[in-house]
Design a protein around this ligand. Structure first.
Ligand code: ATP
Length: 241
């Protein structure tokens, strides 16, 4: 049996002033599994991603994750403004010391995957918000990580761009089958993209529901409105009452 992409066992994170952001949280994400995490603001979603990535140490519990094989995509695309699209996308390969020809090959492939071939020579300020997010996605794709961590990646975009990027991300997932932990406030987005949706409680950072989403990938647009979304909304409301 292959090892899962990620395993958390009884993870607790309590900050110095006493807030418990994660409380006895256990989670396994299998290879190739796309898991979304929804929950109200302040429930611990970002802390969960920080603990998984090793940026924050848990107060107790274990995290098993190969952090060298993880790609990050945040709400803020965090591009270097003085670099072109191509040079931004090349950055992870450059940091790993890959030869120039290999960096270029990987960047070309990743830029094509997000449909930005014509913009490879542009600087970030010349791009729209959606295009900058595509660059951020391409940058994460260059090292072909087996696990992606997404922190509200489409949260700052307008509704149409958000949907389009959701479609593109799903097409990438259908082709590459990486594992993912995708944090979002949007239940319809979570249902559309995921094989499983976790609902976190507003206080105390616990998982209160773990809902499998049926349906093969790629899915049609109507999958955003599947009845399972109502069930998840119900869990969310229940956790907040
Ligand atoms: N570095 C920190 N020091 C102290 N408290 C923190 C720190 N980071 C987060 N917290 C607290 O932990 C709790 C969970 O925060 P977290 O940012 O993980 O929530 P979230 O679900 O990602 O919120 P949002 O959806 O608004 O981004 C909050 O009460 C927050 O105030």
């Amino acid at each position: 049996m292959t090892a899962p992409a990620l395993r958390l066992r009884h993870v607790r994170k309590t900050f110095d002033h006493g807030t418990t952001a994660l409380d006895d949280l256990s989670l396994t994400v299998e290879r190739g599994e796309f898991v979304s995490v929804v929950g109200p603001s302040g429930c611990g979603k970002s802390t969960l991603l920080r603990v998984i990535s090793g940026l924050t140490r848990p107060t107790s519990g274990d995290v098993v994750c190969d952090t060298d094989d993880v790609g990050f995509v945040f709400q803020d695309p965090t591009l270097l403004p003085w670099r072109t699209v191509r040079r931004n996308v090349e950055l992870p390969a450059e940091l790993r010391g890959l030869p120039r020809s290999e960096r270029r090959r990987r960047a070309t492939e990743a830029i094509a995957m997000v449909g930005l071939e014509e913009f490879a020579g542009y600087r970030p300020r010349q791009l729209s918000g959606g295009m900058r997010m595509r660059v951020s996605l391409a940058r994460a794709l260059t090292m072909s990580p087996s696990l992606f961590l997404f922190d509200e990646p489409f949260g700052a975009l307008d509704a149409i761009t958000r949907e389009r990027l959701g479609d593109e991300l799903q097409a990438l997932y259908a082709a590459r089958r990486f594992a993912a932990v995708f944090v979002t406030h949007a239940v319809s987005e979570a249902v559309f993209l995921s094989s499983r949706v976790l609902v976190m409680s507003p206080r105390g950072g616990r998982i209160v529901a773990d809902v499998a989403v049926p349906g093969d990938f790629p899915r049609g647009a109507q999958a955003r409105y599947a009845s399972i979304a109502l069930e998840i909304e119900g869990h969310l409301r229940g956790s907040m009452s």
